[in-house]
Design a protein around this ligand. Structure first.
Ligand SMILES: Cc1cc2nc3c(=O)[nH]c(=O)nc-3n(C[C@H](O)[C@H](O)[C@H](O)COP(=O)(O)O)c2cc1C
Length: 301
């Protein structure tokens, strides 16, 4: 059975990826599962300088999901390069550095710093709904998506994944813009902007008032967007949004994803990535599939 997939020239031993911001820098999960068995680890979103993130509370449970307004808390790209990356590179999994910033120059500077390291791929987060400036502002304007992708593309030789926002009217426009700007792959979806109110206090539950919605409740939206984007561009897609079990991963691949990222499910079950991988293998065995790539875009319409 072949579980390996190749995305932008990088071969992952299997299509299971951790979604940025839900798996720390990998080591936090090391006591629960063997990181060698994961296809790729997308690390917590990095910024040029360390960030403390937003005030608490910044997580709220919802029906079949969560709202978060973490706001890109991270130790900064330099500390990642010096301390976290060497630890992660001890494992067989590929390493995806997720980057975010307030200006195009921030993204470019990080891309340049990471270019000289042994990260396998860069994932450009232009879709974070939880920061005041930058973030999602870059990912909701077609011209801006193309401009920032072009600028970052020029500053790195690493395969470049552009992470798209679902908070747009037509996600295929953004996908085409990223392709025009020189992206090598796309990942989608980031979280959907949401809000929750405590009816006893009549105050928003999140200190930030609004936050990003993720988890099983968003899966049908993610599958729809992956399907639309797969039919609009020729770039490989890392699909995510609510994937919780093997069948969810299969569904994402049938919609057109070449690999599948697992996010919120890691909080409910720290071994989710490997459970999902095992269930994916069972699906392949039960359905006579010898190569996981056969699933990609296999939906019958
Ligand atoms: C607590 C939390 C933090 C996140 N942080 C990031 C981040 O730093 N960078 C990023 O690109 N996406 C971030 N995301 C979005 C996830 O990577 C993913 O796109 C989204 O949660 C949908 O997948 P899921 O439903 O499986 O969680 C975060 C999500 C959550 C729940």
């Amino acid at each position: 059975m072949n579980l390996s997939v190749t995305i932008a020239g990088v071969t992952l031993a299997n299509p299971i990826v951790t979604a940025s911001g839900t798996f720390g820098f990998g080591r936090e999960y090391g006591e629960y599962l063997d990181l060698n068995e994961i296809g790729a680890i997308a690390v917590k979103g990095l910024t040029l300088e360390p960030r403390a993130g937003n005030p608490s509370p910044r997580i709220a449970e919802t029906y079949a999901g969560i709202l978060n307004s973490v706001g890109l808390q991270n130790p900064g790209v330099d500390l990642f390069i010096d301390y976290e990356l060497p630890e992660l590179k001890k494992y067989r999994c590929k390493v995806i550095a997720n980057i975010a910033g307030s200006t195009i120059e921030d993204y470019c500077a990080m891309a340049e710093k990471l270019d000289g390291t042994d990260v396998d791929m860069l994932e450009m987060n232009i879709s974070c709904p939880n920061v005041k400036e930058g973030g999602v502002a870059f990912g909701t304007d077609r011209r801006m998506v193309e401009t920032i992708t072009k600028a970052v593309r020029a500053r790195t030789t690493k395969p470049l994944i552009v992470k798209l926002s679902p908070n747009v009217t037509d996600i295929t426009e953004m996908a085409r813009a990223a392709e025009a700007g020189g992206a090598d792959a796309l990942s989608l979806i980031n979280t959907l902007l949401g809000m929750a109110i405590d009816v006893k206090t009549r105050r928003p539950i999140l200190a930030n008032i609004v936050g990003g919605m993720s988890g099983p409740a968003v899966k049908p939206i993610a599958v729809r967007m992956v399907y639309q984007v797969a039919n609009a561009v020729s770039l490989p897609i890392i699909g995510m949004g609510g994937v919780t079990c093997g069948d969810d991963a299969v569904e994402m691949m049938l919609a057109g994803a070449s690999a599948v990222a697992v996010g919120t499910a890691n909080f409910m079950n720290p071994t989710a990535c490997l459970d999902i991988k095992r269930e994916l293998v069972s699906y392949m065995e039960n359905n006579g599939i010898s190569d996981v790539a056969e699933l990609v875009g296999g939906v019958r319409v």
